[in-house]
Design a binder for this molecule. Structure first.
Ligand SMILES: Nc1ncnc2c1ncn2[C@@H]1O[C@H](COP(=O)(O)OP(=O)(O)O)[C@@H](O)[C@H]1O
Ligand SMILES: [Mg+2]
Length: 451
C-alpha cells in the first residue's frame, strides 16, 4: 500500500535563525518517485525530516493520505528512511540488520522468509551472514536499503543515499533503486544535490533554492522549461550559458537582441514565443543558450531560424564522445546567485550600477527582488581583487573568459585563440527577465506551482 504526502505552506525555523524552509507546498502522489534537488544547505533534508516527523513543523500543515499529520509521532507514520551514512548495527550480521525492524514489530515471529525475499530483491543473498565490517560500501548500502524495505513501509524517504559511493557504483545502484521502488510501488521522496541523479530517477523533480521551492515538474520540463535562471543553470551539463542582453523592438522595424558585440535578429514574422519579448523592449534581460543550441559553421550554412555570430576559442574540453568548445563572444555573462550554496552571499552589484541607482531606484530594485525572488545579478563584473596577490588573481580570472560553451563532435579542429563562425538556433533560445524569471519560451504545458 502506498500513500500520498502533502505539504501546505510548510516553513521551518531552527531556533531564532532565519527560515531554513519557506512556505513549501507540494503533493507527492501515491506510488510516485519525487526528487528534492538543490544545492547544499537549501533545506532538502529539513523537508524530509519534517515529513518523517524527526523535525517539528514551525508553520504550515503536513497531510499523510489526506490526514493532518503534524503531530503524529514518527513511529506511527509507517515511513522508512535511508540516509547517506549507512546506519547499520556493526555487531549484527546482514541478516539480523535486515530483520531488525521486523523483530521490533513482532519479537516472536519468524521473519526469515521476509528477510530472504528482501535479500533476493536486492541481490544480496550471499552477504546475509557477513557483518557490516566485512562488506564494501555498496554492499553496506544495499543491506541498509534492505533494512528499510523489509518491513514494507508505505513511504520511503531517502537522503542522499548514494553520495558517499564512487561514481560507477552510484550509477549502478541508482538503476537498482529505480527498479526496486517501481516494483514495490512505494511513494518515495529522494533528496540529492546531484542533478543527473535527480533527472534519471524522478517521476518529478522539485528544485529548491534557499529554502524556497522553485519548480516542480517532470525531468524533461525541468530541463526544457526552467522557471528561472537558477533552475536553468542548476540543471544540465555543461551549464547553460547566460548572457546579459537588451531587447530592441522599435515599431515596424523588426526585433533583435543586443548581446553587446553581436545582435541576434529574430526572424519575421515573429514566432509566438518571440512575440512575448515585445514587453521587454529596451530592458535588460538574460539570454540562455544551452551548448546544443549553437554550432560551429559559417553563415552560408545557416538553416532557417539560425543566426550567425562569431567568437574567439578560449579552451577546448575533450570528453571522448564529444568536445566542448569554450568561446568568448564579447558578451557579459550574467551571474546567478546561490548556485552552488544557498547560504553564499549574492555577488554585489558592480560599481557602475551602484552609482546609477538613486535611493528610490535601490528601494524599487529591492522590492522587485522580494516579490519575484530575484535569482540573477546583472551588471556584476568580478570584484576587483585587492592586496598583494591582486595581479595574479586578476590574471587568473582573465585567463579563460569564455561566455559561451558549444557542444560539438569529438573531431572538431579549432585552435585556441582563433576566431570561429557560430550559428545560433533561435528556436532554442531562452530569455529571462532582469529578475531571472523565464519570459520565453512560454511553455504552456508547464503546471504552475501549488499555492
Ligand atoms: N539542527 C539544525 N539547527 C540549526 N540549523 C539547521 C539545523 N539543521 C539544518 N540547519 C540549517 O538549515 C538550513 C537547511 O539545512 P538542510 O535542510 O540540512 O539543507 P540540505 O539538506 O539541503 O543541505 C541550513 O542553513 C542549515 O545550516
Ligand atoms: Mg541534506
Amino acid at each position: 500500500m502506498s500513500r500520498s504526502i502533502a505539504l501546505r505552506d510548510v516553513s521551518k525555523r531552527y531556533g531564532r535563525g532565519s527560515l531554513a524552509v519557506e512556505r513549501v507546498s507540494l503533493t507527492v502522489e501515491p506510488g510516485e518517485f519525487l526528487v528534492l534537488l538543490g544545492p547544499s544547505g537549501c533545506g532538502k533534508s529539513t523537508v524530509l525530516r519534517m515529513i518523517a516527523g524527526l523535525e517539528e513543523i514551525t508553520e504550515g500543515a503536513l497531510y499523510l493520505d489526506g490526514e493532518y499529520a503534524n503531530h503524529v509521532p514518527p513511529s506511527e507514520r509507517d515511513i522508512a528512511m535511508v540516509f547517506q551514512s549507512f546506519a547499520l548495527y556493526p555487531n549484527m550480521t546482514g541478516r539480523a540488520n535486515i530483520g531488525f525492524p521486523l523483530k521490533l514489530r513482532d519479537p516472536r515471529g519468524d521473519h526469515e522468509p521476509q528477510v530472504e525475499a528482501t535479500a533476493r530483491m536486492l541481490g544480496i543473498e550471499d552477504l546475509l551472514d557477513r557483518f557490516p565490517g566485512q562488506l564494501s560500501g555498496g554492499e553496506r548500502q544495499r543491506v541498509a536499503m534492505g533494512r528499510a524495505i523489509s518491513r514494507q513501509p508505505s513511504v520511503f524517504l531517502m537522503d542522499e543515499p548514494l553520495s558517499s559511493l564512487d561514481s560507477k557504483l552510484r550509477t549502478h545502484l541508482r538503476a537498482e533503486i529505480a527498479r526496486l521502488t517501481a516494483e514495490l510501488g512505494v511513494t518515495t521522496v529522494y533528496v540529492t544535490h546531484d542533478q543527473s541523479e535527480a533527472m534519471s530517477l524522478g517521476h518529478r523533480v522539485a528544485v529548491m533554492r534557499g529554502g524556497v521551492l522553485q519548480q516542480v515538474s517532470s525531468p524533461r520540463d525541468t530541463y526544457a522549461l526552467p522557471a528561472n535562471v537558477f533552475v536553468a543553470a542548476f540543471i544540465g551539463t555543461p551549464r547553460i550559458s547566460l548572457l546579459q542582453a537588451v531587447v530592441h523592438a522599435p515599431l515596424g522595424a523588426g526585433m533583435w537582441i543586443d548581446l553587446g558585440r553581436h545582435r541576434l535578429a529574430l526572424p519575421q514574422p515573429l514566432s509566438p514565443d518571440h512575440q512575448l519579448l515585445r514587453i521587454q523592449q529596451g530592458r535588460p534581460v538574460i539570454v540562455g543558450l544551452r551548448s546544443e543550441a549553437v554550432r560551429i559553421a559559417p553563415p552560408s550554412q545557416a538553416r532557417p531560424g539560425e543566426v550567425a555570430m562569431t567568437g574567439i576559442v578560449e579552451h577546448v574540453e575533450y570528453q571522448g564522445h564529444e568536445a566542448l568548445v569554450h568561446v568568448d563572444t564579447g558578451s557579459r555573462p550574467a551571474v546567478v546567485a546561490d548556485l552552488e550554496s544557498a547560504r553564499q552571499p549574492a555577488a554585489r552589484p558592480g560599481r557602475s550600477l551602484r552609482r546609477q541607482q538613486s535611493g528610490l531606484g535601490r528601494l524599487k530594485a529591492r522590492a522587485v527582488e522580494r516579490l519575484s525572488g530575484s535569482v540573477a545579478v546583472l551588471d556584476a563584473p568580478p570584484e576587483s581583487p585587492q592586496g598583494p596577490d591582486a595581479g595574479v588573481a586578476s590574471e587568473r580570472l582573465g585567463a579563460v573568459r569564455s561566455d559561451l560553451v558549444v557542444r560539438t563532435g569529438p573531431h572538431v579542429r579549432v585552435r585556441v585563440g582563433a576566431q570561429i563562425p557560430l550559428l545560433v538556433d533561435l528556436a532554442q533560445l531562452y530569455v529571462f527577465d532582469h529578475a531571472g524569471q523565464r519570459v520565453s519560451p512560454a511553455g504552456d504545458g508547464l503546471a504552475p506551482l501549488e499555492r
